[in-house]
Design a protein around this ligand. Structure first.
Ligand code: GDP
Length: 591
């Protein structure tokens, strides 16, 4: 049975193509609300880091009333997928708005989410946005999206997808890009008409798959998901079928989404996307059901972490503490808070120390966390990334991942070479249209440092994803040195990162604008102290030369790096090559 009073749709968009503006516009035009209620954080707004990296990190949901129906809008994470989140989120929806900039056209980075959406059988509606732009080429962009769908292997009969033109900024959608409209309603009409209502088993006992976890200071853990069958009532005792055991807890509060975020309700039924409070033991992938009728749905688990790093507060005597949060207590509280939402992350205190072992889905996953914390004002030292191995029945095992790389066909050679050199085995190569889709099986340790290399080898065009595959017996030894320390300071000045502890070397800098530089200028000042100069300050070097100090060495031209690349370098000890002379820094002068 299908419900007609609800539509569940996901929005898929490249960063900057107008998702926030569109959702804002939909909210404004879809019913009664007070202007003041819309300010604040109720509207989707990407955080600064998401924008810079071109990825969406958190998924947020809202709902709007339209034509007697409720339209749930599910925000999808962008191309960064840490542990299978994209797929879990998409499973809640029946359709997808594919939002594309009318000038830029579809971006390769959205291919992954789009292909997942099509795999999950979501009905697409293409929205060509920003048609008010002078550079807009609306019809061409529709053709490009069509080509993209063909590339993704969509069948001919399914190619007949609806599309519409819009200017989210000016607040309208229209069928004819030459004729601006006066409201966004034509888009909502398309949604109602083309996206099916949720298929439900209303009369069956309750079944709901927990898709996402959220957390709030006031109520604790919040389980989010779509009810597939039956209904839920506030106060109800439910069974949670977990991986190993079934537990029972009581739902103390029940929420559905609304225009301003969440609204508390007494009951919700199949087809609704709900948030449940009171289930402290619930995990992603659990099925929630009636205590008398346990019917598990197939699990959609979170991939296990494969990379671990030690986090501790900065205790280096060489650098002053400049951050806002510098104590172990600060660090602990922040990491515990992070765990509530960042479901693929694990944090464990290391006994007898003030350090924490933090593990996640790869270097990108961990570096997003580190960078976020650094920007918030946390000052921390981070150990070298290492692969998480395990012992089963006396056998040492290491994690393997399924790696998917998408590149233009002419670049498959360098990709296969790089992946092959890291013990990656080719599973599948398919070329469709402008992209070749390569699938490999690779040890997780082989992924360290691979992303940067793949991007370099393909002029930035490779699109890279990986999912957990399995543990396999360890071949050879994994060298696990624990001495790498990365000190990240937050005072806004230049910062040095050291490889073997700051006492020995410093090779990476964070500049005044938070940018990270590779390479440095080292010299000795007139008092005989070694000094490190922010690489952007060439002039300083010249002055040092002029003042009679001739032991200046320019190690490598400064180059801007992302934190992830910096971590890759540290993981691989590559910086050792960059610094042939081991320089002992007695004093660091940050300029
Ligand atoms: P998001 O990253 O996808 O959430 O994109 P935003 O909604 O933040 O929009 C990115 C930029 O595009 C902002 O500067 C918006 O003002 C602008 N923008 C969004 N929609 C339109 C539109 O329809 N026309 C024009 N000209 N600009 C738009």
């Amino acid at each position: 049975m299908r419900r007609d009073d609800v539509r569940n749709i996901a929005i898929i968009a490249h960063v900057d193509h107008g998702k926030t503006t569109l959702v804002d516009c939909l909210l404004r035009q879809s019913g009664e609300f007070r202007e003041s209620q819309l300010r604040g954080d109720c509207i989707l707004d990407s955080n600064e880091l998401e924008r810079e990296r071109g990825i969406t990190i958190l998924a947020k949901n809202i709902a709007l009333p339209y034509a007697g129906r409720k339209i749930n809008i599910i925000d999808t994470p962008g191309h960064a997928d840490f542990g299978g989140e994209v797929e879990r989120v998409l499973r809640m929806a029946d359709g997808a708005l594919v939002l594309v900039d009318a000038a830029e056209g579809p971006m390769p980075q959205t291919r992954f989410v789009l292909s997942k959406a099509l795999e999950c059988k979501l009905k697409p509606i293409v929205v060509v946005n920003k048609i008010d732009r002078p550079e807009a080429r609306p019809h061409e962009v529709v053709d490009e999206v069509l080509d993209l769908f063909i590339d993704l292997g969509i069948d001919d009969e399914e190619l007949d997808f609806p599309y519409i033109f819009a200017s989210a900024r000016d607040g309208f959608a229209t069928e004819d890009p030459e004729v601006p409209g006066d409201s966004i309603h034509p888009l909502l009409d398309l949604v109602v008409e083309h996206i099916p209502g949720p298929e439900v088993e209303a009369e069956e006992p309750l079944q709901m798959l927990v898709t996402t976890l959220d957390w709030s200071e006031y109520v604790g853990r919040i389980a989010v998901g779509r009810i597939m069958a039956g209904s839920i009532t506030r106060g109800q005792q439910v069974a949670m079928i977990g991986r190993d055991a079934t537990r029972q807890e009581k739902i103390t509060q029940l929420y559905v989404f609304d225009k301003l975020g969440r609204a508390e309700v007494d009951t919700a039924s199949a087809g609704d996307i709900v948030a449940l409070v009171g289930l402290e033991k619930v995990e992603i992938g659990d099925t929630i059901c009636d205590v008398e009728a346990e019917r598990p749905l197939p699990r959609l688990d979170v991939d296990p972490p494969t990379i671990e790093m030690v986090f501790r507060t900065n205790t280096s005597p060489l650098v002053g503490r400049e951050g806002k949060y510098v104590t172990s207590r600060n660090l602990r509280d922040r990491l515990i808070k992070e765990l509530e939402r960042n479901v693929a992350l694990r944090v464990a205190p290391i006994e007898g120390t003030e350090s924490f072992a933090v593990s996640g889905r790869g270097l990108l996953h961990l570096s997003v966390l580190i960078e976020t914390m650094r920007r918030e004002g946390y000052e921390l030292a981070i150990g070298k990334p290492r692969v998480i191995t395990r012992v089963r029945d006396g056998v040492h095992e290491e994690p393997f991942e399924t790696l998917v790389v998408e590149v233009p066909p002419e670049q498959t050679g360098p990709v296969m070479e790089l992946v092959g050199a890291r013990r990656g085995q080719t599973i599948d190569v398919t070329t469709r249209g402008n992209f070749t889709h390569l699938v490999f099986s690779i040890p997780a340790r082989g992924l360290i440092g691979l992303r940067t290399r793949l991007l370099n080898a393909t002029q930035g065009q490779a699109i890279i994803h990986h999912r957990f595959e399995s543990y396999r017996p360890l071949e050879g030894e994994i060298e696990q040195r624990a001495n790498g320390v990365l000190v990240s300071m937050t005072g806004g000045k230049a910062v040095a990162f050291g490889l073997d502890g700051l006492q020995d070397r410093a090779e990476l800098f964070v500049g005044p604008g938070d940018e990270i530089y590779e390479g440095m200028i080292v010299g000795e000042n007139s008092r005989g102290n070694d000094m490190v100069v922010n690489p952007s300050k060439e002039k300083k070097l010249t002055n040092m030369r002029a003042s009679g100090s001739d032991r200046n060495i320019l190690l490598k031209p400064p180059r801007q790096l992302t934190l992830e690349t910096a971590l890759e370098y540290i993981a691989e000890d590559e910086l050792a090559e960059v610094t042939p002379t081991k320089i002992r820094l007695r004093k660091i002068l940050l300029s």
